[in-house]
Design a binder for this molecule. Structure first.
Ligand code: SF4
Length: 188
């Protein structure tokens, strides 16, 4: 399937296409499982009835958390974004949530301890410890804030709660990866 090159875009008029390989009936059944319906409906409330474009990502995450009746919010953050994470924690507390911010340096592991190729004795990012700590705190929902590429993959694989990215790391473009695309468009 290559949706970009597709000339019919029939799916956008609610028609299936010949390229699809998934089992439609099975997917509909899966959507109708109560745990999935709940998420779909909470997400719809953020955008339906003309609301799309009215909430920032932060406002969406807070409202989504309220609709889902989450109480314990994990914040898995890059230590370089501690100030932003502190502000996020304050905002969530003011909205009635308990917050559990965990720095990427938790555990104090040396880089040489987790990467056999590294000789660096300084502290390492530790996404597995971040996930393990938040799993032990039984958080309902985790926000990731500026985790490094790769570390975010391990974190997402090991965190047991629902999770979403609040801030994606882009060291060059002030954490706005889309800027790179705008620049690429200007060059083309
Ligand atoms: S019709 Fe099929 S190939 Fe075309 S955009 Fe939709 S899903 Fe992709």
């Amino acid at each position: 399937m290559n949706c970009i090159k597709c000339t019919t875009k029939s799916c956008r008029t609610t028609e299936p296409c010949h390229a699809q390989k998934f089992d439609t009936s099975e997917l509909i059944r899966t959507y109708h499982l109560p745990e999935n319906t709940k998420i779909i409906q909470a997400a719809a409330q953020l955008v339906d009835n003309g609301r799309a474009g009215t909430l920032s990502r932060l406002q969406e995450v807070i409202e989504f958390s309220k609709t889902m009746k989450f109480q314990r919010i994990g914040i898995a953050y890059c230590y370089g974004m501690e100030r932003e994470s502190s502000l996020i924690a304050t905002i969530f507390k003011e909205s009635g949530f308990k917050t559990f911010p965990v720095s990427c340096t938790t555990g104090g592991f040396k880089q040489s301890e987790i990467n056999p190729e590294s000789k660096i004795q300084k502290v390492s990012c530790n996404p597995l410890a971040q996930a393990g700590q938040l799993n032990s705190e039984s958080v309902d929902f985790t926000l990731t804030v500026g985790l490094c590429l790769g570390h975010d993959i391990l974190f997402n694989k090991h965190i047991k709660s629902y999770s979403t990215t609040l801030i994606v790391k882009d060291r060059v473009h002030n954490h706005h990866p889309e800027v790179a695309l705008s620049l690429a468009k200007e060059l083309n």
